[in-house]
Design a protein around this ligand. Structure first.
Ligand SMILES: [Zn+2]
Ligand SMILES: [Zn+2]
Length: 229
């Protein structure tokens, strides 16, 4: 009994939003799933882009694909305050942010109305690029990682995976499809290696406990045999 009560009183810090709370499998503040799968998924959607949000000021940044999807869906609008690699992490209104503004129908450079799918501004010729480097915050060099035109990547886009958010900076709910995609799509090779290692670790523990159980049963038999002699 005491044991169970002790377990219930354990306090954890949500790795995603930092909220301190009683041990739980789902964060009471950011609704992140806190099991191993959920955390790997959350880690996979972390990136160098932020939308200013007073409701969840402690959330990690998100990937370019995530913030672009929020813009497409209207969760981010022209006047939303953003920062990212193309703003050198300084807050800026979304309609002026390279990589995002054109999705909202404005040229970041000259302010002209543009087609969200255009590859460049008809008025000033500035290219509309995507910035998918998750590890470059755009602060250690004068420019962010080289942008690319949309649709050139051979990798699965995060957009198709992270299509379930309703508000900025909440993590996506996970469907079977996204689970599959997480296993194959998002994340660096190191990330996948870690994922594999975690799985292997689980397997090793399972094998060890089976071996231990067999040893214990054998011991019981030996003891019984000795007693019956
Ligand atoms: Zn949380
Ligand atoms: Zn322009």
């Amino acid at each position: 009994m005491g044991c169970i009560n002790m377990a219930k009183q354990r306090i954890l810090v949500c790795p995603i939003c930092g909220e301190t709370q009683q041990e739980t499998s789902v964060c009471k503040v950011c609704s992140s799933s806190l099991d191993a799968d959920g955390l790997l998924h959350a880690e996979g959607s972390i990136g160098p882009w932020w939308a200013r949000d007073q409701q969840s000021p402690f959330s990690p940044g998100m990937t370019y694909d995530h913030i672009a999807e929020l813009a497409r869906r209207g969760d981010i609008e022209r006047h939303t305050i953003l920062r990212g690699p193309t703003t050198r992490q300084l807050w800026k209104v979304a309609r002026r942010v390279p990589g995002i503004a054109h999705i909202l129908g404005r040229c970041h450079n000259c302010g002209e109305h543009v087609d969200p799918h255009a590859r460049a501004c008809d008025a000033c010729n500035v290219p509309f690029l995507t910035f998918r480097d998750r590890n470059n915050f755009g602060v250690d060099v004068t420019v962010p990682s080289e942008g690319k035109f949309d649709g050139m990547s051979s990798f699965l886009s995060d957009t198709s995976i992270l299509d379930t958010q309703s508000t900025p900076l909440t993590l996506p709910t996970r469907s079977e499809e996204s689970k599959h995609a997480v296993e194959e799509g998002i994340g660096s090779p190191q990330f996948h290696a870690l994922q594999r290692k975690l799985r292997q670790g689980g397997r090793t523990i399972k094998m060890l406990s089976i071996a231990l159980t067999i040893c214990f049963i054998a011991l019981v038999f030996v003891v019984l045999a000795l007693i019956n002699r």
